[in-house]
Design a binder for this molecule. Structure first.
Ligand code: URA
Length: 196
């Protein structure tokens, strides 16, 4: 068993927050165990909770297409969420749920050791930058956190609700492609930024 699989075994029956009462699965994540690029979404939705896989609903289909658009397959990257259990009715995750689950995400990151952490949407950007940022302000930039590059992007689900955001999301993926092509660059530290 790999260390990542072993870690899943450790947390698959987690009861650290109230979401354990309504979830079907602890949706751990999937993809290449040593991926260079890791995508971090918000939380599993209904399909993810049933299938025990991240990003398999409509937003997942769009994510898969966006990856293909920059020459990547789902198997090339790792995909996970800040929150591993579905919030009832897909409500926003609560601060105490994020705090309970965030150490799991960091442990996953430390095991996978990706070069770039692409956060999808506000919750993932705020969780990994540890700051109350607005995604519209931080997208297009990259930050260095604990020796990882954090690359905030819009959430594909936002485009499903607001079609006018599609060009911006496509731009985020093109920027990622450019960033990966250029290799590592000096990054801003989140504490040096004024976000609002
Ligand atoms: N599916 C996920 O797994 N995460 C999201 O944030 C949205 C849909």
């Amino acid at each position: 068993m790999t260390p990542l699989q072993q870690f899943y075994e450790e947390i698959k029956d987690c009861r650290k927050c109230g979401l354990c009462e309504s979830r079907t699965h602890v949706v751990f994540g999937e993809g290449h165990p040593n991926a260079e690029i890791m995508f971090v979404g918000e939380a599993p939705g209904e399909n993810e909770d049933i299938q025990n896989r991240p990003f398999v609903g409509a937003a997942g289909k769009l994510l898969t297409e966006l990856l293909a658009g920059i020459g990547l397959k789902r198997e090339d990257v790792y995909i996970a969420n800040v929150i591993k259990c579905r919030p009832p009715e897909n409500r926003n995750p609560r601060p105490e749920e994020i705090e309970a689950c965030k150490p799991y995400l960091w442990k996953q990151i430390e095991l996978i050791k990706p070069r770039v952490l692409c956060t999808l949407g506000n919750f993932a950007a705020q969780a990994l930058l540890d700051k109350k940022v607005a995604i519209t302000k931080v997208r297009g930039q990259h930050f260095e956190v604990k020796n990882f590059f954090v690359f905030p992007m819009l959430h594909p689900a936002a485009v499903l609700h607001q079609g006018n955001l599609r060009p911006a999301l496509l731009e985020d993926f093109q920027n990622l492609k450019k960033f990966l092509g250029k290799g590592l660059q000096p990054a801003q530290q989140p504490e040096q930024m004024g976000f609002f």
